[in-house]
Design a binder for this molecule. Structure first.
Ligand code: SF4
Length: 344
C-alpha cells in the first residue's frame, strides 16, 4: 500500500471516530468562521484549558468582526493579557479592519483569501476553511505531522518546510468536502491531542487507525516524528526597576515594533546592574532594595531578570505613574513581568 492510499484509508476512520469521541469545547458548539478564527489563533502556542476562559471573555466583549475592528488597542491587550505572543492579538485586529473594508465584516470562504489576511498562515486558513466553510482543506500542525509520520513510519524531518508542504498536498488529495471536511480536520486534531500523543508513548490501543499504522507495526511509534534540533535561545540579562514615589510606580509603553510591542512595562536596563550601579544612576534615591530574580522564556530569547525597588522622593519625568491597583486593573503588563507586578 502506498503512503497516499494509507492516508486516504485513515481519514474516514478518523472522522467517524471523532463523531463518537469528541470533547465538548466552547468553539466546537457553534463553529462560525469568526469563532473558529479566534479560537485557532488563541490555541497557537497555548494549552486548551488555558484558552477556554480567554475565549469566552473575548467573545462576550467582542462578539463579531465589527466589534474587533473597532476595539481600542489597550482594551484588546487587556483581553489578551496573560496569553502571550501579543502580536497575535494585534494581527487579529488588523485582519478585522481589513475584513470590514474588503468583505463587509465577513470572513472569505477561500483558503487563499484567508491566507492573505494578517496573522493567518496555512494552518489557520485550512482550519477555518474546513471547520467553518466545509471546504476540502487540511490544517497541518505539529499534531498532524506527528500522526502522518507515525502512520507512514516516515523519517523525513518534520521541521523542514518541504516536508510540511508535502504533508498538506498528500492530505488535500484525500480530503473529503462538506461536513466530512470539518469532521476530518477535527479528527486529526483530536487524535493528536488525546491519543497519538507527543513526547510519550501514544495510546495505540485506543487508536481508530492502529491496524493501518506502520510505526505501530515496527513496535516503537514514539521514534517518530524525526525532527532536527531547534536553535538554542539567546539569553538576555535585564535589570527591572520598580521605581516608586508616594505609593505610585513608574510604567512606560514599549516601542511599537519588536518583542511585546506597544505593551506596558516597568522600566528596565540592559545587563545585570548592582545596587551601587543604580545608586549612581539615581543619586536622589531614598533606598534601593533587591526584589528578586525571574526568568521568562519567549520562543527565540530568554530574559533573565534581576529586580530592584527604588524609592524616590518625587516622580521622574518620562514615565506614567500609577498606583499598584490601577496598574493591575487598567494596564496590560505582559506575563514576562508578572513576578515584579506581583511585588507591587
Ligand atoms: Fe499514533 Fe499509535 Fe495510532 Fe499509530 S497506532 S497513529 S502511533 S496512536
Amino acid at each position: 500500500m502506498t503512503d497516499q492510499e494509507r492516508i486516504a484509508l485513515s481519514l474516514p476512520r478518523l472522522a467517524d471516530w471523532y463523531e463518537l469521541n469528541r470533547r465538548d469545547l466552547p468553539w466546537r458548539r457553534s463553529p462560525t468562521p469568526y469563532h473558529v478564527w479566534i479560537s485557532e489563533i488563541m490555541l497557537q502556542q497555548t494549552r486548551i484549558e488555558a484558552v477556554i476562559p480567554y475565549y469566552e471573555r473575548f467573545l462576550a466583549q467582542l462578539p463579531d468582526v465589527a466589534a474587533l475592528a473597532a476595539v481600542d488597542d489597550d482594551r484588546l491587550m487587556k483581553l489578551w493579557e496573560g496569553l502571550g505572543y501579543y502580536s497575535r492579538a494585534r494581527n487579529l485586529k488588523k485582519a478585522a479592519v481589513q475584513l470590514m473594508e474588503q468583505y463587509g465584516g465577513a470572513l472569505p470562504a477561500s483558503a487563499a483569501a484567508l491566507r492573505a489576511l494578517p496573522g493567518i498562515g496555512d494552518y489557520t486558513a485550512g482550519a477555518i476553511a474546513s471547520l467553518a466553510f466545509h471546504l476540502p482543506e487540511p490544517a497541518v500542525d505539529g499534531n498532524v505531522l506527528r500522526f502522518l509520520a507515525r502512520l507512514t513510519a516516515s523519517s523525513a524531518d518534520v521541521m523542514l518546510p518541504a516536508v510540511r508542504k508535502a504533508a498538506s498536498e498528500t492530505l488535500r488529495a484525500a480530503y473529503p468536502s462538506g461536513e466530512r471536511a470539518a469532521l476530518t480536520t477535527e479528527g486529526l486534531m483530536e487524535l493528536g491531542e488525546t491519543v497519538c500523543l507527543p513526547n510519550t508513548e501514544p495510546l495505540c490501543e485506543r487508536c481508530p487507525v492502529a491496524s493501518l499504522c506502520l510505526a505501530r507495526q515496527e513496535g516503537e511509534p514514539s521514534r517518530y516524528p524525526v525532527r532536527s534540533a531547534p536553535k538554542a535561545r539567546r539569553i538576555e540579562e535585564r535589570t527591572v526597576l520598580l521605581l516608586c514615589s508616594d505609593h505610585q510606580y513608574a510604567i512606560r509603553r514599549r516601542e511599537e515594533k519588536g518583542l511585546l510591542a506597544g505593551l506596558w512595562e516597568f522600566p528596565s536596563l540592559d545587563g545585570v546592574r548592582s545596587a551601587d550601579d543604580l545608586a549612581e544612576l539615581f543619586p536622589e534615591a531614598l533606598s534601593i532594595t533587591a526584589c528578586g530574580s525571574a526568568k521568562h522564556i519567549f520562543s527565540h530569547v530568554e530574559w533573565h531578570m534581576t529586580g530592584y525597588l527604588v524609592l524616590l522622593p518625587r516622580p521622574l519625568p518620562g514615565y506614567v505613574w500609577e498606583t499598584a491597583d490601577a496598574i493591575r486593573e487598567s494596564y496590560s503588563i505582559p506575563t514576562a513581568f508578572k513576578y515584579y507586578r506581583n511585588q507591587l
